[in-house]
Design a protein around this ligand. Structure first.
Ligand SMILES: [Zn+2]
Length: 426
């Protein structure tokens, strides 16, 4: 507001003509020497100005590329108050700022780097294809973080609308990289388990800032060592994730941010976190039970995919010596599977299997009865809840889409069940 206030005062004093600022939007912080400094939140502010019908906006030069992402409004870049005054008085008219081409993003971490973890590689591929939240359990060194970091690379790049949304959030949060005015890749956020509620969801004193959950909008929110997060914090995430937005209220006002993020949770099998797996575990049965009980609850109940990763040495041995597929290859399969699902779901307002409600899974999108036999038996003997039964079907649809089948067969149901009936957090 500094620049707008200063110019309004100058107009009232007659230093600049009042009519010159009638329709003008001015954004920027002022230094005591009259320098116009960059600010946060330029993109959403300029979007709002354009929507309100303002023809021109003056922004700090450092924010000009970001402001120029908005169509239909002329951006004037300034470095000092003096430049603004000279422009408004008609002494030295500023030229419209032309945005430099958006640089291609640096290559993301590649799935080809993950050696000997076929179970985990398969899990992130399915998660990407169906938009399923994912839970990875496994000993330290099994590659949980590596796999989670590679999930955004398997998701389709952001379209123009999504890129603007994500960029606007990061602009307000102050996390927009200076060399990338437009974020075109799904973001990845990995808050530490010591993060406060405000850091995770949003808040702060004064201006409300979006938290990690909102910064992960249209991308991935990774919670490593999930059982170490306070239970109350985990439960707070549930509702925003379901609604796709979060509202933060403060005495100064409230703000609503979108937060349609894909969740990846990771945990060790037990508190002692022995890299050798169960064989070397020193935990008592009670300790193990208590640790795992932290992984149940309303948030965990929303996770379609629950996968237990083997220790990597054993996994590598199981894998043989093949060269792991690259992100490009797997992302191609994900893209095709997503297209098939979107076509099937056309007219429902949904695009991903993870979004299909139980009602439709039991109706229009019910897999053939014959393929469900295994899941029905699990349901009957109580190994699977009704909700769990729905989740198995959602995952089975994604497996069918990946395999190029028109409906899930017994194989897809069996694989989906295998990723559901895990010892951890079953
Ligand atoms: Zn242990």
């Amino acid at each position: 507001m500094d620049l707008a206030l200063a110019v309004a005062v100058l107009a009232a004093a007659g230093t600049v003509p009042g009519e010159a600022i009638d329709q003008l939007v001015l954004l920027g912080e002022l230094g005591l020497d009259g320098a116009v400094r960059p600010i946060r939140g330029v993109l959403p502010s300029v979007l709002a100005a354009a929507r309100a019908g303002h023809p021109q906006v003056v922004v700090p030069a450092a924010n000009a590329d970001e402001a120029a992402l908005v169509e239909g409004i002329e951006v004037l870049a300034v470095r000092s108050l003096e430049e603004v005054v000279a422009h408004l008085a008609g002494r030295r008219v500023l030229a419209r700022h032309e945005r430099a081409a958006v640089p291609a993003p640096a290559p993301a971490a590649d799935l080809g780097d993950v050696v000997g973890q076929s179970v985990g590689r398969r899990a992130v591929e399915i998660a990407a294809a169906g938009g399923h939240h994912l839970f990875l359990a496994g000993p330290p060194g099994a590659g949980k973080t590596m796999l989670a970091e590679r999930l955004p690379g398997l998701l389709p790049p952001l379209d123009e609308q999504a890129a603007l949304e994500v960029t606007a959030i990061h602009s307000i949060a102050g996390t927009l990289p200076s060399d990338a005015p437009l974020l075109t890749r799904p973001p990845f956020e990995a808050p530490h388990h010591s993060a406060t509620m405000a850091a995770l969801v949003g808040g702060g004193s004064g201006q409300i800032r979006p938290g990690a959950l909102c910064r992960a909008h249209r991308g991935v929110l990774f919670l490593d060592e999930t059982p170490e997060f306070p239970r109350a914090v985990l439960d707070t995430l549930r509702q925003p994730l379901e609604r796709g937005e979060v509202t933060i209220s403060r005495a100064s006002g409230s703000a609503t941010f979108p937060c349609r993020a894909q969740l990846v949770l990771a945990a060790n099998p037990c508190p002692c976190a022995s890299a050798a797996g169960d064989a070397a575990c020193t935990c008592s049965p009670l300790e193990r039970r208590r640790y795992r009980s932290r992984l149940s609850g309303p948030l965990l109940d929303r996770i379609d995919l629950r996968v237990e990763l083997p220790p990597v040495t054993r996994a590598a041995w199981l894998d043989g010596l093949g060269e792991p597929e690259s992100t490009a290859v797997v992302a191609g399969r994900v893209r095709r599977a997503r297209a098939v699902a979107a076509q099937r779901l056309a007219g429902t307002g949904l695009t991903l299997n993870s979004q299909v409600p139980g009602r439709l899974l039991r109706g229009r999108f019910a897999p053939p009865r014959a393929s469900l036999a295994l899941a029905e038996r699990a349901l009957e003997r109580g190994a699977l809840s009704v909700r769990g039964f729905d989740r198995v079907q959602r995952v089975a649809w994604t497996l069918a889409d990946l395999a190029g089948r028109t409906v899930p067969g017994a194989d897809e149901i069996a694989e989906a069940l295998g990723m559901r009936l895990q010892r951890v957090a079953a």
